[in-house]
Design a protein. Structure first.
Length: 72
């Protein structure tokens, strides 16, 4: 299982504000990446996110992505 977090980044100090969290029940990180990126523009959130991250079942970050920086 993976947790996908969508967040905004405050430019002044880099602080993150989480907009939404979605659980994705899969064993494959690639499946979670596809799901996360497809939800990036379609999930109904209070604001448009700047980036997303995926965490594993231990809460450790395993993927970070931003359409602006294409971080992987």
């Amino acid at each position: 299982m993976f947790i996908i977090e969508f967040f905004r980044v405050r430019k002044t100090d880099g602080a993150h504000a989480i907009l939404d969290r979605v659980e994705h029940d899969t064993f494959e990180l690639d499946d979670a990446k596809v799901r996360a990126q497809s939800l990036f523009d379609t999930l109904n959130m209070p604001q448009k996110p700047d980036a997303l991250r995926i965490m594993d079942h231990k809460g450790e970050e395993v993927f970070l992505w931003s359409p602006e920086h294409h971080t992987r």
